[in-house]
Design a binder for this molecule. Structure first.
Ligand SMILES: Nc1ncnc2c1ncn2[C@@H]1O[C@H](COP(=O)(O)OP(=O)(O)OP(=O)(O)O)[C@@H](O)[C@H]1O
Ligand SMILES: [Mg+2]
Length: 231
């Protein structure tokens, strides 16, 4: 097991956003976390990566208790987070954004070549300001930047948000490819169908509680999931 979250609660002031949830990710898996707007998906990812602190619970990553670790140390430990709305630097070039991804390691040309082989578009556009990229290209850049920290586990928050369906497909294909090459993935999505299609297991989150977990294949056929999330 690479990630274990146990009995985690997270509050914003007096408001409880996450109530006593537990989840696990095994090495090599893609695990999806699905749920409606405001269910608490982003809150969970931000707490795992140290950007928020839980009020109770434990978070273990790769054998370490990371619940009090600083975010940059968590990245160095091998956990990288592609945030909702991508968090790229609009006024830096594509290349400069990529260089930020490697801040925890010494990067060489091969590292960049590997990213460019996954996303050839970024090589063509490496001198362009990131803010001028299309939405899909910005998502590719955000994923590439995370890859350059050589993560063992990648957290992805709504990679398909705001993208056209045909671009979605290529983003989800890429996530699957990255997983097959050895990176473990925890994927948060409102696009439940696509997330369940490419994941091994999934958790269903409703207003801060995990209400269901199973193999993704089974959840795709689950009547209540179909009704609530698969339209
Ligand atoms: N900084 C904050 N201060 C107060 N409440 C917050 C804050 N951030 C989030 N919340 C609340 O916590 C709950 C969970 O929010 P969160 O962003 O984790 O949901 P989400 O599942 O990621 O939703 P979405 O699908 O819309 O991204 C929501 O009710 C939200 O209003
Ligand atoms: Mg969110």
């Amino acid at each position: 097991m690479i990630l274990s979250v146990k009995n985690l609660s997270v509050n914003y002031g007096a408001i409880r956003a996450i109530s006593n949830i537990s989840l696990e990710v095994n090495s090599g898996e893609t695990v999806a976390l699905i749920g409606a707007n405001g269910a608490g998906k982003t809150t969970i990812l931000r707490t795992i990566s140290g950007l928020l602190r839980g009020t109770a619970g434990e978070i273990h990553f790769d054998g370490m208790d990371i619940s009090q670790m600083k975010p940059h140390k968590i990245v160095s430990a091998g956990l990288s987070h592609v945030p909702e709305r991508r968090g790229i630097f609009a006024n830096l070039t594509v290349l400069e954004n990529l260089q930020m991804g490697g801040f925890t390691q010494k990067l060489n040309a091969t590292d960049f070549d590997e990213v460019y082989s996954i996303f050839p578009r970024l090589l063509e556009r490496r001198k362009q300001l990131a803010g001028t990229l299309s939405g899909g290209e910005q998502q590719m850049l955000a994923i590439s930047r995370a890859l350059l920290s050589r993560p063992k586990l990648m957290l992805l928050d709504e990679p398909s948000l705001g993208l056209a369906p045909q671009i979605n497909k290529s983003i989800f294909d890429t996530i699957q490819k990255i997983n097959k090459k050895g990176t473990t993935v925890l994927l948060v999505e409102q696009n439940a169908f696509a997330a369940l299609k490419i994941s091994h297991r999934a958790y269903v989150l409703e207003t801060g509680n995990i209400v269901l977990t199973d193999k993704s294949e089974a959840l795709l056929k689950n009547e209540s999931v179909k009704k609530a999330y698969l339209g």
